[in-house]
Design a protein around this ligand. Structure first.
Ligand code: ASP
Ligand code: MG
Length: 409
């Protein structure tokens, strides 16, 4: 007997027929002799609709009230799923996040799980019940309801799986798994049978989109996460500790190609080449909540001044430029130049660690495609190039082919 946590996203429980479909899938797992805890999201676009509804009565809905309102979406789906299971003759029980022991901090709209007390869920399982838990919600220390941030049900599911020491956490969605590249961009993208947690975080845009915090939790508590479609029985992707059981040679391969559009670059020219300048530049951005990705500082030829370039999300560019304008006078910096028409493309793979040649191969592929590289950054498992946005899709396709990831046939 195994203990599984399943999670079904909004599109998998969007209407009555789909809820009954999920109920049947759960019944099969139960009939095979397993224990099962199921986390569900709100039906279809319910959460969006509730947010719109709140805005019809208030321009800036009170965060506490908004979280309590949003939590109702998941209460609808858990109760309906439990009723559908009971209708099929199974003993099911639905539990809200607080009833299931999900405790959070008090940050409305983006609460973090502080603890899961699995006692009630364990008791229900011991009674032989199928337990259905509301995703995306929890209880703050002051006993108010919080939500975990959009898409947070994945994180509820992995947190529960960790607390219950479940054998696996299955995330069922409308995409069949994680691919070697975004399947909408690369027709020959291949579904990955397995991927490491860190690679998964880097590949976030390739296929099923998951709440990043769920992957981080999975990595910390070593919860194997299986991502698959709720509509087919096609095999999905296992996100796990890749080094565990991967054939040795597979670990030296590139896993996939990731990309991100709407990247903006800011260059501050002629800043003094002396201690404290970078801190003075980036501290205001951090306090303004603007996250900076790539940073390049050139060594100055004359040892007097240097140029610093960095990238931000294009949506943050106006605010970043405002911060820079405020600093220009104090830092004695020269011109500030910006470009908001950029993208980043990345080659991802844990096998790249300590293996030379990946970067040069990437640059060669882009060069042969006539694609100019603006900036370059690397991490242990990723090499990223900033390029022109209108070349992004072409670059992804060329790299996918160049690193021999195109699906055969
Ligand atoms: N219903 C919430 C949302 O739409 C949580 C989730 O789907 O995971 O963001
Ligand atoms: Mg949703």
């Amino acid at each position: 007997m195994a203990l599984y946590v399943h999670k079904y996203g909004g599109s998998s429980v969007a209407d009555a027929a789909k809820i009954v479909n999920v109920a049947r899938r759960l019944a099969d797992v139960y009939d095979a002799g397993h224990q099962i805890v199921t986390v569900v999201s709100a039906m279809g676009d319910t959460t969006d609709e509730l947010i719109d509804l709140a805005r019809t009565v208030s321009n800036e809905p009170d965060p506490r009230e908004l979280d309590l309102l949003l939590s109702t979406g998941e209460l609808v789906s858990i109760t309906l799923l439990s009723m559908a299971l009971r209708n099929l003759g199974y003993d099911a029980i639905s539990l809200s996040g607080p009833q299931a022991g999900i405790r959070t901090d008090s940050a409305y709209g983006r609460a973090r799980i502080s603890e899961v007390d699995p006692e009630r869920v364990r008791r229900e399982l011991a009674e032989g019940r199928l337990v259905i838990v509301a995703g995306f919600q929890g209880l703050a220390p002051d006993e108010d309801i919080t939500t975990l941030g959009r898409g947070g049900s994945d994180t509820t599911a992995v947190a529960l799986a960790a607390a219950l020491q479940a054998d696996r956490c299955d995330i069922y969605t409308d995409v069949a798994g994680i691919y070697t590249a975004d399947p909408r961009v690369v027709g020959k993208a291949a579904k990955l049978a397995a991927v490491g947690y860190e690679e998964m975080l880097e590949l976030a845009a390739a296929g099923a989109k998951m709440h990043p915090r769920s992957i981080e939790l999975g990595a910390v508590y070593n919860v194997p996460i299986y991502v698959a479609s709720s509509f087919t029985d096609a095999p999905g992707t296992l996100i796990h500790n890749a080094s565990d059981d991967e054939p040795m040679e597979d670990r030296i391969k590139v896993t996939g190609i990731a990309y991100q559009t709407n990247v903006a670059k800011v260059t501050v020219c002629g800043v003094a080449d002396q201690p404290g300048v970078a801190a003075a530049l980036f501290e205001p951005l951090a306090s303004a909540g603007i996250s900076v990705d790539t940073i390049v500082q050139n060594t100055s030829a004359d040892r007097m001044t240097t140029d610093i370039s960095f990238t931000v999300a294009a949506a943050d560019l106006p605010r970043a430029l405002r911060e820079m304008a405020g600093l220009q006078a104090t830092l004695g910096a020269g011109q500030v130049i910006s470009d908001h028409t950029l993208a980043s493309v990345s080659v991802v793979g844990s096998g790249m660690q300590n293996t030379p040649g990946y970067a040069s191969r990437m640059f060669r592929i882009l060069a042969d495609g006539g694609i100019n590289i603006d900036m370059i950054t690397t991490s242990e498992i990723r090499i990223s190039c900033i390029i022109s946005q209108d070349k992004a899709h072409e670059a992804v396709r060329l790299l996918h082919e160049g690193f021999a990831l195109d699906e055969a046939g």
